[in-house]
Design a binder for this molecule. Structure first.
Ligand SMILES: Cc1cc2nc3c(=O)[nH]c(=O)nc-3n(C[C@H](O)[C@H](O)[C@H](O)COP(=O)(O)OP(=O)(O)OC[C@H]3O[C@@H](n4cnc5c(N)ncnc54)[C@H](O)[C@@H]3O)c2cc1C
Length: 390
């Protein structure tokens, strides 16, 4: 299946087409090498390849060592359409390539928006070149969908902050060289405001990580801050501005979760079409059974709708206006659709569909987390309903 209607019609289309070609070439070359590697090795090989191809630069603004995205965005910023194009294509090939690309941006964005010249210069070109592995630490055991419940504390003493707390479900925990961390600088968990973001080196004393496994290959774990000291120059933006920076980061990158879902779903649909043509039962190709043809039609139309919503959302982010509703629609619909398409793909493959190592078995596991991270499906519906009803 074609990558869908993600391309723009103007000069930007050429840039996006070139990005897709680069991601495809990289995926074809590197994805097979990642299979069979341990999680950390795969993460490092994936990031190294993404950086060597210049793709990680698209997750950082140009002034901080990133790519020049000004043909796609009005001011020097990360282009949501560029990141969506890359994630759609990378996810078709490998979930690891996808996650290692986007984590660089999620880690970089608050630094780009709120960091001092010195911290920006230290952190951002290194993230753009893939020399630092990035992480973005919001979630805690008691603060998931509700960010107001963040309890990690940053206490100021002179020019130094000491951070105490426990983050969980942090992608790249343990392998990251840079963490963008949301911590409480005033008020109690559950209260509005009082949150500030910090740039924390992965080597900081008092920072420790414990890894766990999730359903698909994804470096992830807990991060504990036991009196981690950072200078005031590592504070990102004004004290109390953390929620704005965290939401700006998510606002810039959330549409790309939809794009990633579309890439996985497109791969599952491609595999299903091939399977129905190759496989015969009852003396006929599976592709000749109307019941199964209807399944393909259903998968195709839902995916196409998801691609259109994603293109609309990414274009709205790049245009710089209020993209809240468009992004919530796209993230909700595309990730749910990927779950549907992956499930139907497994069914169309029969036993092969659940056999470890088959493409659709892998995708079935890969797509599940997309409905949970960066705002669950329920939270996207809450956001959308608020936009519609007030
Ligand atoms: C693979 C993966 C990678 C992740 N990476 C990161 C990362 O790098 N950094 C980071 O900070 N976090 C990360 N997360 C965490 C992720 O953002 C959270 O899991 C997510 O925000 C949901 O929080 P929770 O798991 O605590 O679920 P909960 O908030 O406990 O939600 C449980 C259920 O209740 C529903 N629910 C909650 N509140 C409401 C409500 N008001 N109305 C209706 N339904 C509601 C939810 O939709 C969900 O179905 C990652 C998670 C996963 C699975």
């Amino acid at each position: 299946m074609s990558p869908g209607p993600g391309a723009a019609t103007d000069a930007a289309a050429e840039v996006l087409a070139a990005l897709r070609d680069a991601a495809r070439a990289l995926g074809e070359r590197v994805a097979p090498r990642l299979e069979g590697l341990g999680e950390d090795d795969a993460a490092h090989v994936a990031l190294g390849a993404l950086a060597a191809a210049g793709l990680t630069r698209w997750t950082v603004p140009e002034r901080d060592g990133g790519a020049d995205a000004r043909g796609l965005v009005a001011r020097d910023d990360v282009s949501a359409r560029a990141v969506c194009t890359l994630r759609d294509e990378l996810a078709w090939h490998s979930g690891m390539l996808d996650v290692m690309l986007v984590m660089q941006g999620l880690s970089a964005y608050a630094v780009a928006r709120g960091g001092t010249e010195r911290v920006r210069a230290e952190v951002l070109p290194a993230l753009a070149r893939g020399e630092l592995v990035g992480a973005f630490a919001l979630t805690e055991p008691n603060a998931g969908s509700s960010v107001d419940d963040v309890a990690t504390r940053a206490e100021q003493s002179g020019g130094t902050w000491r951070i105490f707390g426990h983050k969980t479900f942090i992608s790249n925990a343990g392998i990251a060289g840079h963490y963008s961390v949301l911590a409480r600088t005033s008020g109690e968990p559950g209260s509005r405001g009082g949150l500030t973001m910090f740039s924390v080196p992965g080597t900081a004393q008092g920072l420790s990580c414990e890894r766990f496994e999730v359903i698909g290959p994804h470096p992830i774990g807990d991060v504990v801050f036991d009196g981690v000291e950072v200078g005031d120059e590592r504070r990102l933006g004004p004290v109390g501005n953390g929620i704005d920076l965290a939401l700006a980061t998510l606002g810039r990158f959330r549409a790309s979760v939809a794009a990633c879902a579309n890439g996985f779903a497109r791969r599952a649909l491609d595999a299903s079409k091939a399977r129905l043509v190759e496989r015969s039962q009852f003396g006929r190709p599976l592709a000749s059974f109307q019941a199964l043809r209807f399944e393909i039609a259903e998968m195709d139309v839902r995916l196409r709708a998801a691609q259109l919503l994603t293109a609309e959302a990414a274009a709205a982010v790049d245009a710089g206006g209020d993209a809240t509703a468009a992004v919530a629609r796209a993230k909700y619909f595309a990730t749910e659709t990927a779950g549907f398409v992956a499930d139907r793909a497994v069914q169309l493959h029969g036993g092969v569909g659940v056999r470890r190592g088959s493409v659709v078995e892998r995708i079935y596991r890969d797509v599940r987390a997309l409905r949970i991270y960066e705002g669950t499906s329920e939270i996207q519906k809450l956001v959308l309903a608020r936009e519609i009803l007030g």
